[in-house]
Structure formats: C-alpha cells, structure tokens
Design a binder for this molecule. Structure first.
Ligand code: GLN
Length: 226
C-alpha cells in the first residue's frame, strides 16, 4: 500500500509526521507522475485556491479524478476538504467534485479562526481533539455521504465510499485515530506504531503535536490567507 501526500503547499509535513508515527511509509506528490503506483492520497490543509492552481497546472486535477475512478482512496483535511467538494462557495471555486457536499470557505468566520475542541465521532469511543483553522462549513451533504462527526450542528468529518473528509486537522494532534480509520477504509491494515524520526518522540496523549513542535505548520496555515 503506497500512500501519497500532496505536497505543493500547506501542512503536508504534519501528515507525513503522523504517518511516520504510525509506522506507515509515504511519498510526497508534486506532479501527476508522482501518483504512479500510489494507492491512497492525502490532501493536506493550507490554502485551497493556491493548491487548486497547482493541481491544474500539473494536471494533477485530472490524475486525482482518475485515481478516485479507479477506486483509490483520498483523505482531505480542511483545504483538502474544499478541493474534494462538489460545490465550493465564498467565493465559488472549481474543485475535484469527488464528494457530494457543498462547503462554505472560512464559514465559521472569526469564531473558528483557530481553535481546538474535543468532539465525539462515530469512529472511536473516545472524543478526539479537533483543531480548526479558518475551517470551511459543510452546509450540504448528499444521500451517499455518511456523517461521522458534527460540531455545532455542522458535519466536520464525513465519508463517501473511499473518500474521507475532515474540516479540522487531525494531523496537528498526537491522536492518529482519523488517519488509522482512513487507512482502514483504504484497505491498509496491520500498521504498527513506531518511528525513528527524531521530531516524533512520543508526546503525552492529547497534547497538541503542533504546539510542541514550534507551531510552524499552524503558523503557515494561519498566514496563508488570501
Ligand atoms: N481557509 C482555507 C481555504 O479556504 C483552508 C484553511 C485550512 O486548510 N486550515 O482554503
């Protein structure tokens, strides 16, 4: 099982760190060629307009749609959620349209400009830490979409077949629950924790990984404003 992380902009290194902590191997995807042999793809948080321009320039938009059509799983967080949505508002923008949802960019306004909450989900008995940074609101979900978690009445974690979408950033916490769930629905099993990456020394459960590691990803996500 080869995992590719879109690495053109945003917090792709945080996803890489999470996968490394789980003992999963990954490659960074920057061109359509990089997708060769990749079974599952992660679209990170960041700035969706910038990311979309890169995708189109590199032909990665078409390559990702083909990847999904061939049954490849995709997990998008925050900006990645926007890229996957069928409809994007505030402002309208083109997208991969692989998940039957409508999203409003920066939909929570200042309220969730940057916040950490605990939330219940359908994928784990324990609440998980949800890091919201200028998150989109999912305002409509189609009939084939399964809502796995809500925050203040709006879906924040959804699944449509082999597409998983979080409007928060599980990659910025020490909790690997959402990534593990994704790899399960993607068909990868038997991953074991453990990594030799020195940035990934074990952290106390529930403590924000990003906070412990200089906050560079969070800073980048906050500053990538249009
Ligand atoms: N607000 C960003 C956008 O619209 C997404 C923010 C994020 O990924 N943290 O693209």
């Amino acid at each position: 099982m080869k995992i590719g992380i879109l690495a053109v902009q945003g917090d792709f290194e945080a996803h890489a760190a999470t996968l490394a902590r789980m003992g999963a191997e990954y490659v960074f995807v920057r061109t359509a060629r990089d997708l060769n042999g990749v079974d599952v793809v992660i679209l990170p948080g960041g700035e969706s307009t910038t990311q979309w321009k890169f995708l189109v320039e590199e032909g990665l938009d078409k390559a990702l749609v083909e990847h999904a059509a061939e049954g490849g799983a995709i997990f998008g967080t925050c900006a990645g959620a926007i890229l996957l949505a069928k409809e994007v508002r505030n402002p309208e923008q083109d997208s991969l349209k692989l998940a039957d949802i409508a999203v409003i960019r920066n939909g929570y306004g200042r309220q969730l400009a940057s916040d950490v909450r605990q939330g219940a989900t359908a994928i784990s008995p324990e609440p998980i830490e949800m890091v919201f940074i200028r998150a989109p609101i999912i305002e409509r979900v189609g009939p084939d979409v399964e809502v796995l978690a809500k925050f203040e009445g709006n879906p924040v974690l959804i699944r449509q077949g082999r597409i998983l979408i979080a409007t928060f950033h599980p990659e910025l916490t020490t909790d690997t629950t959402v990534h593990e769930y994704f790899l399960r629905i993607a068909g990868a099993g038997g991953l074991h924790a453990g990594s030799s990456d020195p940035r990934l020394e074990p952290t106390r459960p529930g403590k924000l990984w990003a906070r412990e590691h200089s906050g560079e990803y969070v800073r980048r996500l906050r500053s990538d404003q249009e």
